[in-house]
Each structure stands twice: as structure tokens, then as C-alpha cells.
Design a protein around this ligand. Structure first.
Ligand code: MN3
Length: 208
């Protein structure tokens, strides 16, 4: 068994004008595609690891054979992060959060505006390549954080609710060095239905 590149849940030009068509094509086909092929290459000859889900591999990186651990962390993380990322966006989205996540964001951060500011700052201030996250941490608390490279908070025992790719490949063609402008525009494509469902699902699993 091997991992495969999931189809985008919308057309490459669906997120225009906020995320341009060419960026989406290269990001999905080349960047995500390469993470998938390198992950599969790393797992060749390890049937026990091949049969696991990507979540399971990333949740227990220490049990992955040391010679391929970095490759699984980076390329497996890249595959998992991007698979989630495409689903967290959509055409004609944006606006205000809905459902239980809207309520808990208000409760935790004071207001949606304050959450948005904190998340945007985490995305802006992540030095180099990485991701900004809203996580449900090990104590079931909502926390804004960021990681380097393709690391995903599930490797630290947390659950992720929202993630934003701030690698230059995610925005450079359209925004060049203007990461802040990319982040500001990204809020126009966030899929709150998906985020809300994900949050409800995790809370239910956590038995709250
Ligand atoms: Mn990316």
C-alpha cells in the first residue's frame, strides 16, 4: 500500500483572487505531490509502516525506524498538513466562524477579532518556513501556536483545528515577500463549516 495525492476539493482557480491559480497548481501538484512520492520512497521496504495511517505515523514518530524518521517527519508531515489545508479552504467562504467553534473562540480569546489577530501574528512571526495553528491541546484547551517546517502538533499529542501554510511556496508568486497581505487575504477562503465540524468531532472524541 502507498500514499496518494488527494484531489483538490475544488478547481485550481476557485480561490481567486485571494490565492492565484498558478500557485494552487504548483502547490498541489508539485509540492504536495513531491511530499507524497518522497514519503512512499522512504517507506519502501517497511510494510509495517506502510500499513499505518499518516496520522498514526506522525503521532508516534519515535517508533519509526531511525534511518527514515526525518523523511517521514518531513514528507509525511507535508502530506498530512496539505491534505488538511486544502479542506480548510474553499470558494465563497470566509466571513465569521459558526457553530460551537465560534462560541469557544469568543470564550477563549475574548472575541473573534482577537483570535484572528493572535493567529495572524503567529503566522507572520513564524521565522522561515512553517505553519500557524489553532490546536486543541492535550488538556482540551484552544491554543494558537506555530511550528517549523512540516511539523504537525499531533506529533506532540495535540489535535489541530486550523492550520495556515506560511512557506513562501504558498504565496510568493502572488504576494512575493508580503506575507502579512497573504495572511490577511487568507481569511477570505477559510472554510468555517469544515473547521466547525472538525472541532465538534474532536470534542465528541475527547468525551467533553
Ligand atoms: Mn505548502
Amino acid at each position: 500500500m502507498s500514499f496518494s495525492l488527494p484531489n483538490l476539493p475544488y478547481a485550481y482557480d476557485a480561490l481567486e483572487p485571494f490565492i492565484d491559480t498558478r500557485t494552487m497548481e504548483i502547490h498541489h501538484q508539485k509540492h504536495h505531490g513531491t511530499y507524497v512520492s518522497k514519503l512512499n520512497a522512504a517507506l519502501e521496504g517497511f510494510p509495517d509502516l506502510q500499513s499505518q495511517s499518516i496520522e498514526s505515523l506522525l503521532k508516534s514518530l519515535n517508533s519509526v525506524t531511525e534511518s527514515i524518521r526525518s523523511a517521514v517527519r518531513n514528507n509525511g508531515g507535508g502530506h498530512y498538513n496539505h491534505s488538511l489545508f486544502w479542506d480548510w479552504m474553499g470558494p465563497k467562504k470566509g466571513g465569521n466562524p459558526i457553530g460551537n467553534i465560534a462560541k469557544i473562540l469568543d470564550k477563549t480569546f475574548g472575541s473573534y477579532a482577537k483570535f484572528k489577530e493572535e493567529f495572524s501574528n503567529a503566522a507572520l512571526n513564524r521565522f522561515g518556513s512553517g505553519w500557524a495553528w489553532l490546536i486543541l491541546d492535550r488538556k482540551n484547551k484552544l491554543v494558537v501556536t506555530s511550528t517549523a517546517n512540516q511539523d504537525n502538533p499531533i506529533s506532540e499529542g495535540h489535535n489541530v483545528i486550523i492550520g495556515l501554510d506560511v512557506w513562501e511556496h504558498a504565496y510568493y508568486l502572488k504576494y512575493q515577500n508580503r506575507r502579512a497581505e497573504y495572511i490577511e487575504n487568507w481569511w477570505n477562503v477559510i472554510n468555517w463549516e469544515k473547521v466547525s465540524d472538525q472541532y465538534d468531532h474532536l470534542v465528541k472524541q475527547g468525551g467533553e
